[in-house]
Design a binder for this molecule. Structure first.
Ligand code: PLP
Length: 570
């Protein structure tokens, strides 16, 4: 205002514009670290604001900072708010004059951390000089946390410099936020049993050696009142009629639906609901995106952020091979299928955008063939968001959960599909493992290398060309990328799979391809037997209760935050 009053309009506007940028944009990348200074500024702004608020309210009510860990839990949800740790130390030491040891004890007993990914490109690291320039006091506090931690680590693993430098927060000119989060938290968890296990055995192995008690698991869940009751009212009504409405509050009650697994009336009702949901969804995408699909075909769906590790490309290569089969023999016995992709790619993620382009061009070429397009349709739905997902999940029949084993921390899309009665074709990755355990091997189509087998394959030296040369179908499909679709070559994708300068096929699409096709064949055989399929679908719904967010949240409250529920009268 002062600048404004003095007639320096531009300067006044510039300052307020700069201030607004702090909370203006949310970086849209997923599982990828953007090392931009604005992002660091945003993280610090939000951490500092939240912590100042928490401490002010705590002191107003309880007068003392000493009991903060008993009454407050601060949870670091992924590393994005990891600056909470040094910021809490700053407030305690600088503003409340608590000595370092006491402040560290309070911080460690207050803060806990959930890791959400093991992908190296997503682990937040900041350039140390940039960080020091932007946040000098926070930097000096991190240095002291790091100095003391390294001294402790030296006591635990004297002489093992490699281990200590792997664990250090500051290393090679970087500030490593995952390391800071583990060092400053009383509890660290992954988001599925497999992922939590991988944290202990790989990513955080050194810390697990030092602090074995610190590590635990909380398998993710979904809001079942949103993804079932609200999104799929027809299915919710059938459940109300068969098992009563108690499952709406207590998702575990869904298990009572299993008693209807051989009830022809209920199975037919389930079938009819899926048909009507498919018709509704077809109308919805015609209205909103001008896309026309035939609701009498199988809805085979892969809906999730576009990422190499999620392997939308492996799905596309299978579609290419189906297309080639129909080109060779238009009468080939193929169940008419609509392949539905829905995804967003991060801006600047070139490989992801090239895969989207491939799917769109492949779909366009198939559309031009009047015979083949009766059996095969490929659609790419733009702007994949929660509203689209709410419409899509109730209509899905096949759920594609085909990430390379060891890469998907949990997945939640897998749970949304399951609770809406879709059957999963999936790898033993993330929460798929627990879905398979609960639903039973006969009600899911599991395939592919397991996480330890993937490790072993890298160790032996993975050559994608071995798989390419071994499988005639795969070879034909990959070769076709050269000529491409609808007038555009996708040679770059073929090169990525076979002739990369670094590692070819880094997410092992080729190694899992034949297994994928086998699992798909089993799924489509099951689909052709309607009563069997409907029974399998029912068993998926009946076993989805564990994956309700209510269960996840109560595990966090009980095991990590030590918070007990309030009664409804309170
Ligand atoms: C559930 C959901 C996701 C996560 O899907 P995954 O398959 O677990 O990766 C992503 N985007 C939207 C819009 C969702 O609803």
């Amino acid at each position: 205002m002062e600048a404004f009053s003095q007639g320096q309009y531009m300067k006044a506007v510039e300052e307020s514009t700069m201030a607004e940028t702090i909370s203006k944009v949310l970086y849209p990348a997923d599982n990828h670290h953007e090392g931009k200074l604005l992002r660091l500024t945003q993280q610090y702004f939000l951490c500092s604001a939240a912590l100042q608020n928490i401490i002010k309210r705590h002191l107003f009510k309880y007068k003392s900072i000493e009991n903060l860990p008993d009454l407050v839990a601060i949870h670091i949800n992924d590393t994005h708010p990891a600056l909470c740790i040094p910021e809490l130390m700053r407030i305690l030491v600088d503003e409340h004059h608590v000595d370092w040891e006491k402040a560290w004890d309070i911080t460690l007993r207050t803060v806990s951390y959930t890791n959400h990914t093991v992908l190296p490109e997503a682990l937040e690291c900041w350039d140390e000089q940039l960080f020091r320039f932007k946040l000098p006091r926070i930097y000096s506090i991190i240095r002291e946390i790091n100095r003391r931690f390294c001294a402790d680590a030296w006591n635990a693993f004297t002489g093992d410099w490699d281990k200590i430098s792997r664990m250090a927060i500051l290393n090679a000119g970087q500030v490593r936020m995952a390391n800071l989060s583990v060092v400053g938290s009383h509890t660290v968890n992954g988001v599925s049993a497999l992922h939590s296990d991988i944290l202990k055995k790989n990513l955080f192995k050194d810390y697990a050696d030092m602090y074995p008690q610190r590590f635990t698991n909380v398998t993710n869940g979904i809001a079942h009142r949103k993804w079932l009751c609200y999104s799929n009212p027809r299915l919710a009504s059938l459940l109300d009629e068969t098992i009563g409405d108690a499952y709406r509050r207590d998702a575990e009650q869904l298990s009572r639906f299993a008693a209807f697994a051989d009830d022809k009336g209920v199975l037919d009702a389930l079938d009819a609901i899926k048909k009507r949901n498919k018709a509704d969804f077809s109308d919805y995408i015609r209205r909103t995106q001008g896309i026309i699909v035939d609701p009498s075909t199988v809805f085979d769906v892969q809906a999730k952020r576009l990422h190499e590790y999620k392997r939308q490309l492996m799905n596309a290569i299978n579609i290419i091979s189906l297309y080639q089969k129909l080109l060779a023999d238009p009468n080939a016995d193929i169940t008419p299928t609509t392949f539905i992709f829905a995804a967003k790619a991060a801006p600047g993620y070139y490989a992801a955008k090239d895969i989207i382009r491939l799917i769109c061009y492949l779909g366009a070429e198939i559309d031009k063939n009047p015979v083949i397009s009766k059996k095969l349709k490929v659609v790419f739905l733009e702007n994949y968001n929660v509203t689209l997902a709410e419409n899509l999940m109730p209509a899905a029949e096949i759920s594609e959960q085909i990430s390379l084993a060891g890469k998907e921390a949990s997945g939640t899309g897998n749970m949304k599909f399951m609770i809406n009665g879709a059957l999963t074709i999936g790898t033993l990755d993330g929460a798929n493992v627990e879905i398979a355990e609960r639903v039973g091997g006969e009600n899911i189509f599991i395939f592919g290398h397991t996480a330890p087998e993937v490790e072993e394959l890298w160790h032996k030296g993975y050559a994608s060309s071995v798989y390419y040369n071994r499988s005639e179908t795969l070879k034909l499909a990959v070769d076709r990328l050269q000529a491409g679709f609808n007038g555009r070559s996708f040679a770059e994708i073929a090169d990525y799979l076979l002739y990369s300068h670094g590692v070819s096929d880094p997410f092992m699409c080729l190694a899992d391809f034949d297994f994928y096709q086998d699992a798909r064949k089993k799924a489509y055989a099951a689909y052709s037997d309607r009563s069997r399929w409907n029974r399998m679908s029912l068993m998926n719904i009946a076993n989805a209760g564990f994956f309700a967010a209510d269960r996840s949240v109560s595990e966090y409250a009980k095991n990590i935050w030590h918070a007990s529920p309030v009664s409804e009268e309170e």
